[in-house]
Design a protein around this ligand. Structure first.
Ligand code: ADP
Ligand code: ZN
Ligand code: ZN
Length: 648
């Protein structure tokens, strides 16, 4: 008896088209994983479709990994549409969102769901209204726009419980840095069991176990970072995205996707709701609400009636500085806070001791050998570090005159810690990605502050959101000028969001909070809107974007070319740009220009920016660019296509 041979297109996580035909005598279902040979190595792929016998010869499938599909047809449709949206290939997209290792995972220990005690709360009227506003059994996008501490988390969890009750699963996504023990504990209290976590700190066996258990529908609730969206969950019924405005939701590497946009795409394919939440929604989301694409529910009060903090702008030009760094009114307020036994948070978005070093004898700024950027000095470790290539410089020597004496410039959290430790001995704690590298260190630091072992917490973005400390009555923001002055059309938006989020850590319970912001430019328009509490900022910012033709009123694409040889990359970039300017007159082509950081890891970086209202015209321009690039590139030259870019 002769066996029937079938032919399947298989999607592989590889950096090219990714779809290849294999043959087999097995009768396979769409969405099962198969082990195949690809370029003489074993790799696991996903069966996409059965096809007629092709003209060309194809290799045999080694074996089927699953009997039943691990990936639904809708999931596969999602990956293909995502690839199309980002002008990438399905293979590269799959490669970018699921590691080869995870995809190949055949067995893992079942995820143990630990039971916890349920503690219920009574929702406020506003919360009930928000909970009921979400349409559950079809595709819908709802923004929960609630001030900091208004109980958004409780709203998400209540909606989640409704969905869980129908037997469907829930995915709750938060920015990586908000995945704190505090949040996991709260979620456990409301659900009655520990959620599975999926983020960069969950690795190895635990990662495999969370992945497979959720994929097979054995786990009902996953709380995770961006990457969790790509677990092929069975019976997914709801996606929650907290802090939807977070720029860390945009992935840097190809595929350069935005988590929120992809969640919206996925939930439309699955025909399920997505709930977005933020105290400071993105301009894109507000615009989608104005256009009627998304719904909105507002929480304007804090459930415990805690008032929003009082905000004060401190003009650095008009006051004395303590230790050359901290405005005197801020120091005075800090002193008073500590004396009263309350707690304070000092926010500065710069790690290290000083953000640059310059030579005492010739004035030269110390730069990285591999990148055109000044190195950050870490006094505690005695090194200067480049954050782009992560090189540590132990011997700090001037490249121009060989001097070893340097002056520091630009303050980081380490320096603020040193100053405050001297003024308030044993009362100070620093938390940034430099000293908080594990879940354990995060837990123990949070505990130290929670238990009031220390009164002053100094930190970066790491402490700006999600945290709830009842006795924090004072928040100082030191480095906002760094954000406002960034050469990026979103710098205003970022400064606004950062201030509101950090300020939201103050006075979350009985005690009213105060927020002091030090700046050299108190007249900056952003402060006017910070002091206004009626969200007029959004109208202002939307008007501004519209008048200058920036997103969300146009689409942007950034072509980012890099190579070790400047002349060569410049030639190709010029050719791409000039061709677009002559052939694609219906879009705007800007550049090429040198990137703000012109060299990274010894590679030169040039940018061409494409701008248009029309996606089809942009698509055409991209295929022309790619064609010219492929024809003319030399060696390892790269051109990254970044749709809806967030970095310039
Ligand atoms: P947000 O996510 O909006 O910043 P949270 O959900 O963290 O706010 O809530 C802030 C605080 O208020 C938390 O301590 C939370 O437990 C509490 N809270 C929220 N809703 C209620 C409620 N209905 N009754 C009492 N406390 C509440
Ligand atoms: Zn020098
Ligand atoms: Zn470097």
């Amino acid at each position: 008896m002769s066996e029937i041979i079938r032919y399947y297109n298989v999607l592989l996580p590889v950096v090219n088209s990714g779809i290849f035909t294999y043959s087999t005598t097995l009768d396979l279902k769409i969405g099962v994983r198969v082990a195949v040979d690809f370029n003489r190595r074993k790799i696991t792929g996903i069966v996409l479709e059965e096809i007629e016998k092709p003209e060309y010869k194809c290799k045999m499938i080694d074996k089927a990994v699953d009997n039943e599909p691990l990936f639904s047809k809708k999931y596969l449709e999602f990956i293909l549409k995502m690839a199309e949206y980002y002008h990438s290939t399905a293979g590269l997209t799959l490669y970018g969102v699921l590691s080869e290792k995870l995809l190949a995972m055949e067995d893992a220990e079942p995820f143990i769901v630990e039971k916890t005690d349920v503690v219920d709360i009574t929702y406020t009227d506003e919360q009930i209204k928000a909970i009921n506003s979400v349409e559950l059994d079809k595709f819908s996008i709802t923004l929960i726009h609630g001030i900091t501490g208004s109980g958004k988390t409780e709203v998400y969890l209540s909606i989640a419980k409704k969905v869980l009750a129908t037997g469907k699963k829930v995915l709750y996504i938060v920015p990586e840095i908000s995945l704190t023990p505090q949040l996991i504990e709260l979620v456990s209290k409301r659900l009655g069991y520990q959620p599975a976590s999926f983020h960069s700190k969950v690795q190895g066996k635990k990662r495999a176990s969370a992945f497979l258990s959720f994929a097979r529908g054995e786990v009902k609730f996953v709380i995770g970072a961006r990457s969790a969206l790509f677990i092929p969950t069975k019976d997914l019924g709801l996606i929650i995205i907290d802090e939807e405005h977070e720029i860390s939701y945009k992935q840097d590497k190809t595929p350069t996707y935005h988590l929120r946009d992809m969640a919206v795409l996925y939930s439309s394919i699955l025909n399920i709701p997505t709930v977005l939440g933020s105290a400071t929604p993105s301009i894109e989301t507000i615009n989608n609400i104005k256009k009627g694409k998304y719904n909105i529910a507002e929480l304007k009060n804090r459930p415990n009636n805690a008032l929003l903090p009082q905000i004060h702008i401190v003009d650095l030009k008009r006051c004395d500085l303590v230790a050359g760094v901290i405005a005197e009114p801020i120091f005075d307020k800090l002193y008073e806070t500590v004396r009263k036994g309350e707690q304070a948070i000092i926010f500065l978005n710069r790690k290290g001791y000083s953000t640059s070093l310059y030579c005492k004898s010739c004035g030269e700024i110390l730069q990285c050998d591999n990148c055109s950027v000044s190195v950050v000095y870490y006094k505690s470790k005695g090194v200067a570090n480049c954050k782009y290539c992560n090189t540590d410089y132990r011997k700090i020597v001037c490249k121009k005159c060989n001097s070893v004496e340097f002056n520091e410039h630009g303050i980081g959290t380490e320096k603020v810690e040193e100053i405050l430790e001297e003024l308030f001995p044993n009362k100070v704690l620093r938390m940034d990605l430099d000293n908080i590298t594990t879940l354990k260190s995060l837990k123990s630091s949070l505990k130290k502050f929670e238990s009031k072992e220390v009164q002053i917490l100094i930190g970066t973005q790491l402490i700006s959101k999600g945290l709830h400390f009842p006795d924090v009555t004072f928040v100082a923001i030191l480095g906002i000028d760094n954000i406002i002055s960034m050469p990026d059309f979103r710098s205003n938006e970022r400064a606004f969001q950062q201030i509101v989020q950090v300020a939201g850590r103050a006075g979350r319970e009985q005690l009213r909070g105060d927020v002091y912001i030090q700046t050299v430019d108190p007249n900056s328009v952003i402060f006017k809107y910070i002091l206004d509490s009626d969200n007029s900022y959004y109208d202002y910012e939307l008007d501004r974007r519209k008048s200058v033709g920036y997103p969300p009123f146009t689409k942007l694409i950034r072509l980012s070319l890099t190579h070790t040889n400047l002349d060569k990359v410049r030639d190709v970039a010029n050719l791409v740009a000039s061709t677009l300017k002559s052939k694609c007159k219906n879009i705007t082509t800007l550049g090429p220009v040198e990137d703000a950081i012109f060299m990274i890891k010894k590679k030169y970086c040039l940018t061409i920016l494409l701008k248009s209202h029309n996606s089809i015209n942009l698509k055409k321009a991209i295929s022309i660019s790619l064609e010219i690039f492929e024809k003319n590139k030399t060696g390892a030259m790269i051109m990254k296509v970044d749709k809806d870019p967030y970095k310039f």
